[in-house]
Design a protein around this ligand. Structure first.
Ligand code: ZN
Length: 63
């Protein structure tokens, strides 16, 4: 059932949310988006522990 815990407002852009453990995180960073065969790539955020466990690369902002 629902836990009643919901992400705070203003985080719809994904920052502050880890898509790997599906919970809020203060260390979430944008990682390389999953490429799909159709549609645009999906931006995913992962927190530091999840990135370490899975070896996720942080997407560096290109300028
Ligand atoms: Zn996480």
């Amino acid at each position: 059932m629902e836990t009643g815990i919901q992400p705070p407002a203003g985080t719809s852009d994904g920052q502050g949310w880890c898509h790997w453990h599906d919970g809020p995180s203060g260390t979430a960073r944008l990682v390389d988006a999953h490429e799909r065969q159709s549609g645009p790539p999906v931006a995913l955020y992962a927190c530091a522990p999840c990135r370490e466990q899975r070896g996720l690369p942080v997407r560096l902002e290109a300028s």
